[in-house]
Design a protein around this ligand. Sequence first.
Ligand SMILES: [Zn+2]
Length: 241
Amino acid sequence: MTLYRDKAVVLRTYDLREADRIIVMMTENHGKVRAVANGVRKMSSRFGARLEPLSHVDILISTGKNLDTVSQVELVTNAKNLYSDLDRLTMGLAMLEAVDQLGMENEPTEHLYKMLVGALQWLAENESSLVLAAFYLKLLVAEGVGAHVDSCVGCGAPGDQLVAFDVFRGGAQCRECRSGATVSVEAIGIVQNIVGGQLNLALSLKPSAATREVAALATKCMEHHLERRLKSVAVFESPER
Ligand SMILES: [Zn+2]
């Protein structure tokens, strides 16, 4: 048995046996980790409340032959304020889902951990409905498939000529090249701010038709990326090939 300490955000949990629970988390240094928390479903458990999805914890894990075990948990930040607000909770859980799908078990992905911790902080500090969209768009940049919005993805026409966005081509398009859905100049501008390092500007915007457009666009881009990734993993693991 070896022990290691790490920081982690709890992604999801599921029940095991009578009183135990499996905790799936994104750690800072060990990638996605799955470990058993023994007895957490008993009323007397000290761990239980600290190991809810969205909790940010400092954790001591002992590695076993089959399953790792949670030995100690300290809260870094609890997610109480997120659980009391349905919009924030929904966005937070969507962030966990994306990170869960992008993370690999026991393969360090420090950027996923860091981006998730950062985004949960935006979520705690901002009213903006764009927090989730911003997280998706930045995550896609980190994955190497960021939305191309500075110029037309087809011909390179400048930003002021962009009128559409094609999710399959991963970018904005001019009138000549358009194959994707119509997108407003305002929405393109917001996406440019988010991926171009002006996040605070984007998060300070009041809800509008353009912010809703960006939210929908970011979700579509993330879904497209996850789907394509899932397919490539399926092909890779298929025994016929
Ligand atoms: Zn073009």
